[in-house]
Design a protein around this ligand. Sequence first.
Ligand code: NJP
Length: 237
Amino acid sequence: MILKTAIITGASSGIGAATAKLLNKNGYNVVLAARRIEKLDVLSKELDVNHHIVQTDVTQVADVERLVKESIEKFGAIDVLVNNAGLGMVAPMHEGKLEDWHRMFNVNVNGLLSCIHKALPHLLKSEGTVINIASVAAHEVFPNTVVYCATKHAVNAITVGMRKEFRDKVKVCNISPGAVQTEFLEQSAVNEQTKQMKDYFFNNETLQSEDIAEAILDVLSKPKRVAINEVIIRPNL
Ligand code: NJP
């Protein structure tokens, strides 16, 4: 039997790692992409043989080209691209660093676009699926995360536009989580706003990475005639 192949960016922690495990357990070849190779090596011990690691910084086009090339060389096709690599910095705009704003756009938007651009010919061939990990911040704008919200609004626009252009050729879905207990807030500056958000994330029964991975598997498990284009998952609080 030919297994389907999924590239997962940001597979070294959180939602990406949980997705890699769940898809692999459910019969997918998984290609793990992230910068922290040591974390990918640890994750690989929990997977069956049908996986491949490509150290990838999604902001580097050459890395993304290599990711796609090695996925094809190893597994022959790309059926699923999970654009999950992303980060968010929490701060009011007057305290924000310009380099952080640019970094969020470079990873969350430009990196995602590089992955789509390089994988698209293969996804068209396989009639595959693109899953963009957007956010509730793709649909609402919150203070203290204004630039992050802008990046995720851009992701939403890309998903909506791709759905209109590709229709029956490539399925496209936004998975838009609320608060998920991951390393997400570790990147952020130490400030009052980050502290408040951490308190909310970790002192409540917010989402687990596995909840998001299950939603991704559910989207991928539908018959060809069914395209789920948007899933919003919030903590039940
Ligand atoms: O966070 P975390 P999540 N090139 O920090 C990777 C969205 N989201 O799982 O390169 C390649 O555990 C990084 O890998 P590494 C969020 O916006 C979350 O929560 O090794 N990869 C790591 O694997 C994001 O799009 C919440 O450092 C790069 C991964 O990204 C997605 O969920 C809420 C990279 C981040 O894993 C996964 O985040 C929401 C690069 N240049 C949306 N830079 C939430 N947690 O509450 C980073 O609405 N990565």
